[in-house]
Structure formats: C-alpha cells, structure tokens
Write a protein of this length. Structure first.
Lengths: 231, 127
C-alpha cells in the first residue's frame, strides 16, 4: 500500500468573494450606460418611507421622463401596487428569505424591458441597513434614507451603508418638530461616517424639499447623459 | 444577516480557484476582511462551517485577517490608518476625510493545500 503524503503549498488567489455579483453589476452598469438609463438604488430601514417618497418621485419625474422601478421585499406585491399608482412601469422582486437585492435579481427582472425606452430606473432595496451595502447593483447612485423618527445617531450605528452611499435623504421632515429632531446632531453623525455627503430633507405630505430633490435627480441624470454622449 | 450567502459565494470561488490551480485538497482559506466590508467576522466563520459540509473544502480552516481603515488626509498629504473605523477623521490632524484607501476588502487572498498523492510528486511542477 502506498503512503499518502501531502505537499502543502500556498497559492495566491486575490479575488473578491462577491466577484460574481461585481462582474454582473459591472455588466449591468455598461448596459444601463449604453441605453442611457440613470439608475438609483434606494436603501433604508423598514418604515423610513422609501415607497412613499418613490411614488412621489415617479409621479413628478413621470411628467417629463420615462420612469420605471423595481422594488424588493421578502414577500408580497404590496409595494409594487402602491408604486404603480404613479403610472410608472413597476416590477416587484420577492426575495423569499434574502435580506437584500443582488445583481442577478435585477438582471432577471429587467429581462423583458426595453432599457432604451427608460430614462430613470429606481431600485427600492429591501428595508435593511446592513446587508444591501455589500451588493453593487450596477447603479449610478446609492441613496440612503432616514426618517426623523429614527434617532440622530442612526448613521453612526449603521456606518457601513452610510459610507457606501452617495446621497442622504431625511424623510418625514414635517414631523421634525413634533419628535424633537436634532438636525445638527444628525448632520454631524452623517458627516462622521461619510464626510461631505450631500443631505436633502423632504416631506411627501407637505411637499417640503421635494422640488429640490427632484431638481437634483434631474441634474444628475443630465450630467450622466452628457458624460455618456461624450464617450 | 447576509454572511450565509457570502459564505456560499466564498466556497464557490474557492472550489473554482482550487481546481484552476490544481490543488486537490484545501487545508486553509486566507481572507482579507475590511472593517468597512459590512461583514461580521463571527457570523461568517459560523456560516462557513455550515456551508463547507459535504463540499471539497470540508475540514478546511478559515483564516481571517482584519483590514483596518486607511484614509488619505488631504491636509497631511499622507495615508493614515484609523484606530477605529469611525469617525472618519485624520488621526494626526483631525481633518475629516472620506478618501478610503483600504478597509472595504472582502477578498479571498490565498489558499493553502496540497496534493494527496500516491508517489507522483515528481510530476508536480512546483516541487
């Protein structure tokens, strides 16, 4: 009987563990760019008001642009139904037990859409401030939402996602006074984890700050189009 | 808790890499885990043990190196390692900086293993 021996060696691999997701996200980003679609990924805790704000955004932007949305939840079509009230093209992604969206879910759900006919695509992620931070979906911009009821130290409690975001939106600002929202502390917390992050304050109910937010999105989209056209 | 799906991705990647490099038995996986990666080390270790059962990696060790945040300070014009991931301020002069150079890694850095052979060492190109 031959003796079993082992020659241990170390081989460098140096690959991102989420390589598959990252490669697919890169491919998606290229497709979005070629089709001229501006893609925004919305992340927040459950209940921060993503669906309410997104319905308003789809309605407003839908007056001048072709808009579409994908919405992720563990279960139900409820959010897609709410978003459809805006008249936009909407598809629900139900993830089952998965707590975040991944690039392959986006690719699969988009399969039947003609991307060239869309100006803005919004992706409403699963309500979760932890897991979505690791998954690139091919978006141009990641927006993190907090509502005024969540406590001023929330950005410091969930630093990773804030650090990965491009813009922060504070929702339900009409309740700021009622809940004793401390604006300075909140801004300070955001800046401790993501220095210089642009911050917008909105209320869908009173429409405060909505125009400004919509203007920003349109400007971002215009800048994106310009950079794509110059390629 | 997305560490379970990350552990699945890790095992998939490692099995593929082991095949590509001709490693028949993997004894250890070396990971670099940035403190800004959004992954909890303990959860990943737990998930890893569950996920490798019944795969070619069964019995392999997971060796995780924590990578601290390294930022570039525009005032000092230097890179600095932060003692804590937050606040994101230069540890020397206190200036806020969001220029992260390191600390987001979620990387399979290396595999350790070998060939359980029946005396065919000589053919092995690295030995």
């Amino acid at each position: 009987m031959q003796e079993m021996t082992l020659n241990p060696r170390i081989v460098e691999i140096r690959q991102n563990i989420l390589k598959k997701n990252d490669l697919l996200a890169r491919e998606l980003r290229k497709r979005f760019q070629e089709a001229g679609v501006y893609v925004v990924n919305l992340v927040s805790s459950p209940g921060a008001g993503k669906t309410t704000l997104l319905t308003e955004m789809l309605t407003r932007l839908g007056e001048r642009h072709s808009v579409a949305a994908l919405v992720g939840d563990l279960a139900t079509e409820n959010d897609a139904e709410r978003l459809r009230e805006s008249g936009a093209k909407v598809r629900q992604i139900t993830t089952g037990t998965v707590c975040h969206l991944e690039a392959n879910m986006i690719e699969k759900t988009l399969a039947e859409w003609d991307l060239a006919s869309i100006d803005f695509l919004f992706i409403e992620n699963v309500g979760n401030l932890v897991c979505p931070s690791s998954y690139d979906l091919g978006e141009n911009q990641r927006v993190v939402l907090f509502s005024v009821t969540e406590g001023e130290d929330k950005p410091v409690k969930y630093p990773t996602i804030v650090n990965s975001a491009d813009v922060a939106v504070i929702t339900k600002i009409d309740l700021a006074e009622a809940v004793g929202f401390q604006r300075e502390r909140f801004y300070e917390a955001l800046n401790e984890v993501r220095p210089g992050i642009p911050i917008y304050e909105v209320s869908v109910r009173t429409e405060e700050g909505i125009d400004e937010w919509i203007t920003r999105l349109e400007a971002d989209k215009a800048a994106f189009k310009k950079s794509v056209d110059s390629l | 808790m997305h560490e379970l799906s990350i552990a699945h991705s890790l095992v998939e990647l490692a099995v593929e890499a082991a095949e590509n490099t001709g490693m028949k038995r993997v004894q250890a996986l070396y990971l670099k885990l940035g403190v800004l990666s959004g992954v909890v080390k303990e959860s990943l270790e737990f998930s890893f043990d569950v996920v490798i059962e019944g795969t070619p990696l069964e019995g392999a060790r997971l060796v995780i190196e924590d990578v601290p945040v390294q930022v570039f300070c525009s005032d000092c014009q230097e890179a600095h390692i932060l003692p804590e991931p937050f606040p994101m301020r230069c540890p020397v002069c206190g200036t806020r900086t969001g220029q992260v150079l390191e600390g987001r890694e979620l990387e399979l850095y290396a595999l350790e293993g070998g060939e359980e052979n029946a005396g065919d060492d000589i053919k092995s190109p690295d030995r």
